[in-house]
Design a protein around this ligand. Structure first.
Ligand code: PRP
Ligand code: URA
Length: 211
């Protein structure tokens, strides 16, 4: 379902799994497994318009032409830490995708994104970069990550998250109107310290059992 500037992927399987990870009683092992499963389900739709090329092959019966993906034209870019939780699910469907890493955390006082790592493969023309982060709150981290990808030549970029706040959707869309946003849910609002309500808390802590 396209809702304004964001594609909300409200398939029943996704809604069910999102409901479980929102629950504060869900421990990090199950949380991590479900984030990976949701990412895999979202991958199906996010990759819907990937280009296919013809390949001539021979079946046991005859020569024919089949459609194949150029998987290495896809670059997955998780934003550390929490985006790492989405990578295995995505790679299970596009195993030959390239993977780049961007490290960003939010300053606790200001909520401003602080960049600390960037390791991206060479971005080839006509390739797709899929940025992964479970949470789109103020949008600062997503905007900074996409700035970094564009500075290295990335043009076709999608942003995939699990929970999006209206404020983050608006900010990301204003900064990068060319970037399609996919989310499993759009929540009500940010609270006074810029956490998503109802949200699921701190995604990194919930994935890795820290705090
Ligand atoms: C979280 C989340 C996003 C960011 C979203 O990361 O994983 O990267 O906050 O907030 P924003 O939209 O307001 O920028 P966090 O700063 O907690 O870092 P971590 O994953 O290393 O814990
Ligand atoms: N980052 C998180 O992990 N959760 C939020 O609700 C907001 C930012």
């Amino acid at each position: 379902m396209t809702k304004g500037k964001v594609m909300i992927m409200d398939h029943p399987l996704i809604q069910h799994k999102v409901g479980i990870i929102r629950n504060e009683k869900t421990e990090h092992k199950v949380f991590r497994e479900l984030v990976s499963e949701i990412a895999m389900l979202m991958c199906y739709e996010v990759t819907r318009d990937l280009a296919l090329v013809d390949e001539d092959i021979t079946t046991p019966m005859a020569k024919t032409t089949v459609k194949t993906l150029q998987e290495d034209q896809v670059t997955l870019v998780p934003i550390l830490r929490a985006g790492l939780g989405m990578i295995d699910g995505m790679l299970s469907l596009i195993p030959n995708a390239r993977v780049g890493f961007i490290g960003i955390y939010r300053d606790h006082e200001t909520s401003q994104p602080i960049e600390y790592y960037c390791k991206l493969p060479t971005i080839v023309p006509n390739s797709l970069s899929i940025v992964l982060d479970p949470m789109l709150a103020t949008g600062g981290s997503a905007i900074a990550a996409i700035d970094m990808i564009k500075a290295r030549g990335g043009r076709d970029i999608k942003f995939v998250c699990l929970i999006a706040a209206p404020e983050g959707i608006e900010a990301l869309h204003s900064a990068h109107p060319d970037v399609e946003i996919y989310a499993a849910a759009e929540d009500e609002r940010l609270n006074e310290v810029n956490y998503i309500v109802p949200g699921l808390g701190d995604a990194g802590d919930r994935l890795y059992g820290t705090k």
